[in-house]
Ligand binder design. Structure first.
Ligand SMILES: [Zn+2]
Length: 430
């Protein structure tokens, strides 16, 4: 593999754009060829070789070429913990090369985890696939961009003339709003929770930003929050789904479809036993990166739950569709008596309460929850508290006790990420 990231951006720009114009069966054929190639590369790494052996595909490279999906489907999924424990055995050639890029993330344990990318994969995953998707949503190269990010505040060091501004969300929302107003962006990116707070602060100052488009990622985007962000910024809101390890997996198009970048990532939905579920059914999301050879991510358990959808989108893109990502798999609550409850059950119940702008559900004990909520102005607190207790008992579990608190701000976790649902197990591991 030769060439810098810049070289590969130029070399692969046209093929990347062209993939968006393929017919669905052509796109599947491209993905299949890439899958066979990435599996051949993965078989050269110690960690993945063990997985192939365990699945009974020892040295059979013909099988990789002729039936890559079948080989892939026989491999046990692997998560962050297994990859981290494997150390250098996950790397092509068993060592980090100087031209590789990397991303670091931390799980609920707080231990960092690095994924390495060769320059060509980085060019595709970090630049070309994003450009392609943003372009489809109306982003233009000349647009001024504001990124709301969990970085230290730039203070006086920021450059007011720069086209792209990175604005720290680790400062009060009023400061974020002031920096946004000073930058006059056409496009704003951020976590839904950060955008919502910044949008409310902008409104409180009476500022109309004039941004055209807002892109959200990193947290579940609930319908009420989407509407509130769209209203506060007076802009169209598009959601993007990805993870720090895989980069962008899917993006929302102007017709409202959530398109999977199937030419660079193969997304599967598996049940708790590791078997594929039917389209439209929620399960654990498992991703295989089709373009990264430095550190092959093969059937990587992302830790989120979601679904794949049948059918095509009205916009004409060939990329397949996925449903809403409903939450982190780790967020499943174990209630008294061992009953497991999806975070989705809790958010569905809360959506019915009404007049709640944002909330967070925390499991305090096996049969006790705490709901912290930010209400619409003028909402009737007593009525809403009673309604929250009743939906939790009626729709989640009849024995649940719920403490309700009304607040002005909700706390965020590592990297300022906000968790809608916090199970008891999280508190115990904290
Ligand atoms: Zn579409």
């Amino acid at each position: 593999m030769i060439g810098s990231v810049g070289f590969w951006v130029a070399a692969d720009a046209w093929p990347s754009l062209r993939a968006a114009r393929l017919a669905p069966d052509e796109l599947r054929a491209l993905a299949r060829r890439r899958l066979a190639r990435v599996l051949r590369g993965a078989a050269e790494t110690v960690f993945n070789r063990r997985r192939f052996d365990a699945a009974g595909f020892g040295g059979d490279s013909r099988m990789l070429d002729s039936r890559p999906e079948q080989v892939l489907g026989a491999l046990a999924p692997a998560g962050k913990a297994e990859l981290r424990a494997a150390g250098r055995d996950v790397l092509a050639g068993g060592r980090v090369r100087p031209d590789w890029r990397w991303s670091s993330s931390s799980g609920s344990t707080g231990e960092p985890f690095r994924v390495y990318y060769d320059p060509r994969a980085w060019a595709t995953l970090k630049i070309l696939v994003k450009l392609r998707a943003r372009r489809a949503c109306g982003v233009r190269p000349s647009d001024r961009v504001a990124l709301l990010d969990a970085v230290p505040p730039a203070g006086a060091g920021s450059d007011p003339a720069a086209r792209v501004a990175r604005i720290s969300i680790l400062q009060p929302a009023a400061e974020v709003a002031a920096e946004l107003a000073a930058h006059c962006p056409d496009i704003v990116y951020g976590l839904p929770s950060a955008l919502l707070e910044a949008g409310q602060a902008l409104r409180a100052r009476g500022v109309r930003l004039g941004a055209r488009l807002v892109f959200t990622s990193g947290e579940l985007l609930r319908p009420a929050v989407r509407q509130a962000i769209a209203a506060a910024f007076d802009a169209r809101v598009f959601d993007v789904y990805g993870s720090s390890e895989t980069k962008e997996i899917a993006w929302e198009c102007p017709a409202g479809g959530m398109h999977v970048n199937a030419d660079v990532v193969r997304l599967e939905v598996l049940d708790d036993a590791g078997l594929p579920v039917a389209e439209g059914t929620e399960g654990n999301l498992v991703a295989t990166l089709l373009v990264n050879r430095a550190m092959p991510l093969i059937r990587y358990r992302i830790g989120d739950r979601g679904s794949l959808l049948a059918g095509r989108c009205g916009c004409g893109h060939p990329f397949p569709l996925m449903g809403v990502v409903t939450g982190r798999g780790a967020d499943v609550l174990v209630l008294a008596g061992g009953r497991r409850v999806s975070p989705y059950a809790l958010t569905c119940a809360m959506e019915q309460v009404g007049d709640v702008l944002r909330y967070q559900v925390t499991q305090l004990e096996p049969a006790r929850l705490r709901v912290r909520a930010i209400l619409d102005p003028g909402a009737d607190r007593n009525r809403i508290a009673g309604r929250i207790r009743s939906v939790m008992r009626g729709q989640v579990a009849h024995f649940l006790e719920t403490d309700v608190e009304f607040v002005d701000r909700l706390p965020t976790g590592p990297r300022a990420k906000f968790r809608v649902v916090e199970p008891l197990s999280l508190l115990e591991h904290a």
